[in-house]
Design a protein around this ligand. Structure first.
Ligand code: SF4
Length: 404
């Protein structure tokens, strides 16, 4: 059922803040509360919107509840928390977004969300990707915010504040380019005030008395790609090893299904931790965590052809061959390898039986049987069967030769 969203009151200005719960947008909110000259609307007309991905660090919710919610309650500022209920509208049987909370006296930050970004990643056997359009953020945040704002503003003019700081001018430009909602006037208060992230951080420290932490999903690849980001994130994992289990399991599954994956721009978080002198207990916990999973032998096939635009196009088929404990599926893979007279490749703790290698020219195809925690849903891309036939022809191999 689609939750009903009442339109904004007639005759009043509309101001919306996308609150990411982190340093930047929290500083905007705090300055708007403490310094009325920093805004051009009444706090009564402000709606603070949070899209819960479900994967934020616990400290993010704790900081919000402890330091910001009391101010929202005192100033009766409206806070709306949103979440996805399913990956798609089809899976939800209608609208796949919902309102978790809509109040001027918030007490609870619902950082657990509902259908989490990590659910989506585990089901598709991948990790959030860096580069391109930040699709994880678009699906887990942007689309929900647009849904709520569109229903609330009904096309009326409104200001939409986003917490990009001076170091994020390219993200500001991208936001301006892709801004499509009618009536939206984008506002970037930190940039307008000439603030860098350090200024936002200092402001929070000065007025709240707390060293505020940057918000992000626990498996955010953007928090891991730079040395500075790793310097912030890896100590968080080491301090609370149970919080590293989600990113490590997600990465392990993604790498099993596609060895080019990894949470550090294609490189692996697990390898980074293996090089860390203090990560022994964390890695031991991860080995136990892996062993406690249900495992699968997956049959991963990919076909590569030349698309109509002349560029390479690919399609994947993912099927489950066997389910069981880690020990059982290892034994099963060894049996298949023996039958085919091939050996199982080992890549760290990964196991892969290559049955068909991709060729450098198109069309081509590849096929491997891999061991992985059984989180990924079997899926055959609609275009796959035809592309597979073409790929096999290019690889000069018949279906019969690949029977398991
Ligand atoms: S915090 Fe990182 S992983 Fe989470 S939605 Fe944003 S970019 Fe994606």
């Amino acid at each position: 059922m689609t939750p009903s969203i009442l339109p904004a009151p007639a005759g009043r200005p509309i101001a919306v803040l996308s609150w990411g719960l982190g340093v930047d947008s929290t500083a905007i909110l705090l300055r708007w509360i403490l310094d009325p000259t920093s805004r051009e609307f009444d706090l009564d007309d402000l709606v603070v919107l949070v899209a819960q991905t479900g994967d934020e660090w616990p400290i993010t919710g704790e900081l919000a509840e402890q330091y910001v919610f009391p101010l929202l309650r005192r100033h009766k500022i409206r806070l709306v928390q949103l979440a996805r209920t399913a990956r798609t509208k089809e899976a939800a049987g209608g609208c796949n977004y919902t309102v978790l909370d809509d109040t001027r006296s918030p007490t609870r930050c619902y950082i657990e969300g509902l259908y989490k970004l990590s659910d989506e990643m585990f089901h598709s056997g991948t990790v959030p990707q860096t580069g391109g359009k930040r699709l994880c953020s678009v699906h887990a945040k942007g689309e929900l915010l647009d849904w709520w704002v569109g229903a609330y503003t009904q096309g009326r003019p409104y200001t939409h504040a986003v917490g990009f700081e001076l170091g994020e001018l390219s993200r500001r430009d991208q936001d301006l380019r892709k801004s499509k909602l009618p009536g939206r006037q984008a506002l970037y208060p930190l940039i307008d005030w000439g603030w860098w992230r350090e200024d936002a951080y200092d402001y929070l420290l000065r007025h709240l008395g707390v060293a505020y932490e940057k918000s992000a999903c626990q498996m955010c690849p953007y928090a891991l790609t730079s040395a500075k980001g790793r310097g912030r994130t890896i100590p968080r994992y080491l301090a609370a090893p149970h919080l590293a289990m989600l990113p490590l399991l997600m990465e392990h599954t993604a790498v099993a299904l596609n060895e080019r994956q990894g949470l550090i721009g294609g490189k692996r978080l697990a390898d980074e931790l293996r090089r860390h002198p203090d990560a022994g207990p964390l890695l031991a916990l991860f080995a136990e965590h892996l062993d406690a999973q249900q495992w699968a032998v997956y049959d991963v096939r990919r076909a590569f052809v030349q698309g109509k635009d002349g560029r390479a196009a690919s399609a994947r088929s993912l099927e489950v061959v066997e389910l069981g404990s880690q020990k059982d599926v290892r034994a099963h893979l060894d049996l298949i390898a023996e039958k085919h007279g091939r050996s199982v490749e080992r890549d760290g703790i990964h196991r892969r039986l290559r049955l068909l290698n991709r060729q450098p020219t198109l069309p081509t195809a590849e096929r491997s049987l891999v061991l992985s925690p059984a989180t990924a849903e079997p899926k055959v891309a609609p275009a796959f069967p035809k592309m597979w036939e073409t790929g096999l022809a290019g690889a000069a191999i018949s279906q019969e030769e690949l029977v398991l």
